[in-house]
Design a protein around this ligand. Structure first.
Ligand code: OFO
Length: 171
């Protein structure tokens, strides 16, 4: 059985994961609007992955015979000053999500809830990847600077990303 404070934290995390999807769809729209279709593709897949994160929390809460509780999702920004500003926001956002996952783990351990701690470890690992993937693009954009050809080459690269549902969240 989930303790009420642990359940509340997990429901808050569903909201944070939904916000992540909403933010990345918004960024996909921004990149479409400036004709960087590869960046838009990367963001759309990022958003789809976030929805699989929602599904993981949703399934876990239900598996524990507890009740999912949906709340209003904040509105994300819709515009960014530059591609680099948008990707830097992805990196900052992922660091903030890592913090939230850490808080969930800390609470689970305080409450001796080892099942929830075990469930959360997938996210602990995933966040390392999430931060690294965003930071890699930030670093590329720093190198590219004002070089338009470099930006288009990176766009072609990001267009190659495909959505692969993680095994546990696959239909
Ligand atoms: Fe981007 O990892 Fe979930 O929120």
């Amino acid at each position: 059985m989930l303790k009420p404070n642990v359940l509340e934290k997990l429901n808050q995390q569903i909201n944070a994961e939904l916000y992540s999807a909403y933010l990345y769809y918004s960024m996909a729209g921004y990149f479409e609007s400036i004709n960087l279709k590869g960046f838009a593709n990367w963001m759309t897949i990022q958003a789809q992955e976030e929805l699989t994160h929602v599904a993981r929390f949703f399934d876990y809460i239900n598996d524990r015979s507890a009740r999912v509780n949906m709340r209003a999702v904040d509105a994300p920004s819709n515009d960014w000053a530059s591609p680099r500003a948008a990707i830097e926001d992805v990196y900052k956002h992922e660091c903030a999500i890592s913090e939230k996952i850490n808080e969930c783990v800390t609470l689970a351990l305080q409450e001796h809830d080892h099942s929830t701690n075990g469930f959360l470890q997938w996210f602990v690992t995933e966040q390392v990847e999430e931060e690294a993937a965003a930071d890699a693009i930030v670093q590329s954009l720093k190198l590219i600077g004002d070089n338009t050809s470099g930006l288009f080459m990176l766009d072609v690269e990001l267009a190659k990303r495909v959505f692969v549902p993680p095994p546990a969240a696959a239909a």
